[in-house]
Design a protein around this ligand. Structure first.
Ligand SMILES: [Zn+2]
Ligand SMILES: [Zn+2]
Length: 254
């Protein structure tokens, strides 16, 4: 009897240790500490290396390498492909001197975006993230400078790298709208957490005249059946965003 109790106690102790170990493993989320459920719509950001939620913000990490071919990959890279001829806007393609370099982006966007009382201007550099993990840039080449001299350097999928190797899109991401998804698909999110959709809706092109000053409008979408404010990409300036964020932007580190 006494021996049985000892064995029972030993068994219970071992079971407790195993349970504790398992519980610890289940609650550890690769060290980020963010264990909240990520809503399914954010999992459409297939180019992310990780997506986590702390219940207030969604944190998206990407390496900034496009998942499509580009003349801007270093010659020898599997995704390098030569390109010449006509690019965005009917311009003759003129390669810029830069090459794609792997980056380390962390986009932190509000989980429940709301309209802001004052609409912050979008920055030069990343103002959002496309579903393939590539940053979205605004309609300027420099402070209040149009993209006139930049569009001719857009590659076969209408992106190009900065001098620091940061590949980005200022206009329609052609790979996403024509190969990976469609012209009416979810294209990504701006830093304020509001989604960005492609240049068509219900089979027709979206024009700037159909959108507000920030380049969006509100109605139900496939991903948000209850309706949501969303930006649209159009084929004329300002392309993705108008005069600032509709909501309050989160942050990006690079
Ligand atoms: Zn650019
Ligand atoms: Zn719409």
């Amino acid at each position: 009897m006494k021996q049985m109790s000892f064995l029972s106690l030993l068994f219970l102790s071992i079971t407790s240790i195993i349970n504790l170990s398992c519980k610890k493993d289940n609650n550890t989320d690769n060290g980020s500490g963010n264990t909240n459920t990520v809503p399914a719509v954010y999992l459409k950001i297939y180019g992310a290396t990780s997506i986590t939620s702390d219940g207030t913000f969604i944190t998206i990490k990407t390496n900034g390498n496009p998942d499509h071919k580009s003349v801007y990959y270093p010659n020898g890279n599997a995704l390098y492909e030569t390109f010449s001829g006509t690019t965005f806007g009917g311009n003759t393609f003129t390669k810029n001197p830069n090459s794609i370099i792997t980056q380390n982006y962390t986009f932190k966007i509000p989980l429940n975006p709301t309209v802001a009382s004052t609409h912050a201007a979008t920055p030069l550099g990343a103002m959002g993230v496309a579903v393939n993990g590539i940053p979205l840039y605004n309609q300027y080449a420099g402070p209040a400078q149009p993209l006139t001299n930049e569009v001719m350097s857009f590659d076969q999928y209408w992106g190009h790298p900065t001098a620091t190797g940061r590949y980005h899109y200022h206009v329609e991401p052609l790979y996403l709208t024509t190969v990976k998804a469609t012209k009416s698909s979810l294209m990504g999110f701006l830093l304020d957490g509001f989604p960005v959709y492609g240049p068509e809706e219900n089979g027709a092109a979206v024009t700037n005249a159909m959108l507000d000053a920030y380049h969006g409008h509100t109605h139900a979408t496939a991903d948000y059946p209850n309706g949501i404010y969303h930006y649209h990409i159009t084929n004329t300036d300002p392309y993705i965003n108008g005069s600032g964020y509709y909501g309050t932007p989160g942050t990006v580190t690079q």
